[in-house]
Design a protein around this ligand. Structure first.
Ligand SMILES: [Ca+2]
Ligand SMILES: [Ca+2]
Ligand SMILES: [Ca+2]
Ligand SMILES: [Ca+2]
Length: 275
């Protein structure tokens, strides 16, 4: 035993008897490895974690950064790039941004095509929402309903970017919807449509109504026109005032319909109810 230890540590003390830890490994801590920290791993850093690597941080994983995940960057997600989103690329944009859930008024209904013409319903129905917040808003899981029996949960709708419009309709096929830039098509078998007389759109997140609005027969006044809220009233409460709405006046798409799906609304010079 003594001879074997001497062979392994030729510079250790040659005193007889048991060798102290400092004599065995050359340092002054209480463990038996060759470093100067108090833990029992074999690395040379001064941290107190239980890993066996040579990093110099104080977290419990085996990479060289200071966060608690297992990749080599400094953010808190688990992919290998250095941005804070959850996609696999290294840029800082939000192309795979999953968004956040909306609070009241983050999404506002700004325009409705309830009574399209000449294109068929429900493919050419649509309505427009606007993200008033400074964050991307997650749409999946939100529920569209009315004050009757209509209800459908959004699935696969993605996000609406901050300060941007988003159009939900009966079809994304421009040949069927009159050329409206619809981002999300309500499934054909879903129990949700936009009635040509009176109807409502209610957007809820869990039990919270994010926004709702109502129209009556004659709003808009003619088929093939949208009903469009004045830009000054694009808030959850502002769009509850029917006098803030007016008929669409701008031709869009390929069928001569009037409205601005996916784009800013013109100011209402003649309100719907004063006509
Ligand atoms: Ca309805
Ligand atoms: Ca309709
Ligand atoms: Ca409202
Ligand atoms: Ca619009």
């Amino acid at each position: 035993m003594f001879l074997a230890l001497t062979a392994c540590f030729p510079k250790a003390s040659t005193d007889s008897g048991d060798l102290s830890d400092s004599q065995l490994d050359g340092d002054t801590d209480a463990d038996s490895d060759a470093d100067t920290d108090a833990d029992t791993d074999a690395d040379t850093d001064a941290d107190t974690d239980a890993d066996t690597d040579t990093d110099t941080d104080t977290d419990a994983d085996s990479d060289a950064d200071s966060d608690a995940d297992s990749d080599a960057d400094t953010d808190t997600d688990t992919d290998a790039d250095s941005d804070a989103d959850s996609d696999a690329d290294s840029d800082a944009d939000s192309d795979a941004d999953l968004g956040r859930a909306p609070t009241v008024g983050d999404l506002v209904i700004t325009e409705v095509m309830s009574n399209p013409h000449p294109d068929a319903e429900p493919a050419a129905e649509w309505f427009e929402i606007y993200n008033t917040s400074s964050d991307s808003i997650a749409l999946d899981g939100l529920v569209l309903s009315d004050m009757g029996a209509d209800s459908v949960a959004l699935s696969g709708a993605g996000v609406v970017a901050a300060g941007s419009y988003y159009v939900i309709g009966g079809s994304t096929d421009l040949a069927l919807n009159g050329g409206a830039p619809v981002s999300y098509a309500i499934p054909a078998d879903a129990a949700f449509d936009l009635a040509n007389d009176d109807d409502e759109i209610v957007i809820t997140s869990g039990s919270t109504v994010i926004d709702s609005m109502t129209w009556l027969d004659g709003q808009p006044s003619l088929k093939g026109r949208s009903w469009s809220v004045d830009p000054a009233s694009m808030t959850a409460s502002g769009n509850d005032d029917a006098t803030a709405w007016c008929d669409g006046t701008t031709v869009f798409g390929t069928s001569g319909m009037l409205g601005t799906p996916g784009a800013v609304n013109p100011a209402c010079t003649v309100s719907s109810t004063s006509r």
